[in-house]
Ligand binder design. Structure first.
Ligand SMILES: CC(=O)CC(=O)SCCNC(=O)CCNC(=O)[C@H](O)C(C)(C)COP(=O)(O)OP(=O)(O)OC[C@H]1O[C@@H](n2cnc3c(N)ncnc32)[C@H](O)[C@@H]1OP(=O)(O)O
Ligand SMILES: NC(=O)C1=CN([C@@H]2O[C@H](COP(=O)(O)OP(=O)(O)OC[C@H]3O[C@@H](n4cnc5c(N)ncnc54)[C@H](OP(=O)(O)O)[C@@H]3O)[C@@H](O)[C@H]2O)C=CC1
Length: 278
């Protein structure tokens, strides 16, 4: 199978890596060569770590040999499945899917790794809504078990079955849900992270204490502020805005502190500064 990935950021890189580990031929595209180089370096580091622990069936060189990195969208023409993992912005994603719908062979399936944006709207932009679906991996992709599979209004049974089987071939556990803002994962997770940020703003406790309380008290592997930094505060804000707008309830209002930090360029781990310094 030929597997396409758009975006070589933390999610796109992880999805491409796991697809190549699973034996697929993978094409990864991003808008600039420097993003591809950065993405490839992260993949190499992750593969080295997994190899060292004996968790790969092939060597890192063999896996990397299945991967092609390009800035050209036309490289997706003969892909069987293309998963998009670019910035969490509906307009930007819809523009991309408008182009992809013209480029990828008609029988090819298009999927979005969006955290929250309506799959049905992106499916319409692609011009092939029956062969369009949400394939939502979790971060960090090489370590996390879940793929949330989200059917749009017109997604066909064949498309849902193909993507479910592909997720299984990638060693993941696919779980299905319907197309509502934030799906299941982020409808439940993101208000908790937003509330933790609100606690910082209101001076309820220091970030370290908030994280410590949730780690030690609830056995969460990462505290909510560490996790928000890990996901990216820009992505967290974009998801809260989709929940707020899409569900029309003020309980999803993004914390003003979250908004201010994004405006200040404090995006978490990827910018070197968020609730913590990296
Ligand atoms: C926003 C959305 O739309 C949806 C989302 O994805 S929300 C985010 C979902 N993800 C989470 O909630 C993640 C929560 N965190 C965790 O589950 C865990 O902290 C974790 C799995 C990330 C790491 O596990 P851990 O045992 O706590 O930490 P850590 O010891 O640092 O990592 C374990 C090992 O994996 C390695 N590792 C970490 N990331 C890796 C990667 N991408 N590839 C390979 N190895 C990796 C670490 O280097 C470490 O190796 P050593 O044992 O040799 O030191
Ligand atoms: N972070 C997370 O924990 C998770 C995120 N997601 C979703 O995955 C998607 C990607 O997130 P994430 O990997 O964290 O983001 P990143 O910022 O790490 O990566 C996004 C990548 O896409 C590139 N990009 C931006 N616009 C375009 C475009 N028009 N065409 C091609 N590439 C483009 C970015 O380049 P540039 O650097 O120029 O912006 C960057 O390399 C989002 O939809 C997000 O909601 C899903 C699950 C978990």
């Amino acid at each position: 199978m030929k597997f396409g990935v758009i975006g070589a950021g933390q999610m796109g890189g992880g999805i491409a890596q796991v697809a190549a580990q699973s034996g697929f031929d993978v094409v990864v595209q991003d808008v600039k060569q420097e993003f591809l180089d950065r993405g490839r370096a992260v993949i190499e580091k992750s593969l080295a770590k997994l190899h060292e622990k004996g968790r790969l069936t092939d060597t890192p060189d063999v896996i990397l040999g299945r991967m092609e990195f390009t800035t050209d969208l036309n490289a997706f023409a003969d892909c069987d499945l293309v998963v998009e993992a670019i910035v969490e912005n509906e307009g930007v994603k819809a523009d991309l899917f408008r182009q992809l719908g013209q480029i990828v062979k008609p029988e090819g399936i298009l999927a979005s790794n969006t955290s929250s944006i309506p799959i049905t709207a992106l499916a319409s932009a692609s011009g092939r809504p029956e062969r369009f679906i949400g394939m939502h991996f979790m971060n960090p992709v090489p370590l996390m078990q879940l793929v949330e599979v989200i059917r749009g209004y017109s997604t066909s049974d064949e498309t849902a079955q193909f993507v479910t089987q592909t997720a299984e071939r990638m060693g993941k556990t696919p779980l299905a849900c319907n197309d509502f803002p934030g799906f299941v994962s982020n409808r439940i997770l993101m208000p908790m992270l937003n509330e933790a940020i609100q606690c910082v703003m209101e001076g309820v406790a220091e970030p370290e204490a908030i994280d410590g309380i949730m780690k030690l008290g609830m056995n969460h592997p990462m505290g909510p502020l560490t996790l928000a930094d890990f996901i990216g505060l820009d992505t967290c804000l974009a998801i809260m805005e989709v929940l707020h707008r899409g569900l029309g309830d003020d309980k999803y209002r993004p914390s003003p502190l979250l908004r201010k930090m994004v405006q200040a360029g404090l995006l978490g781990r990827k910018s070197g500064q968020g609730f913590y310094t990296y």
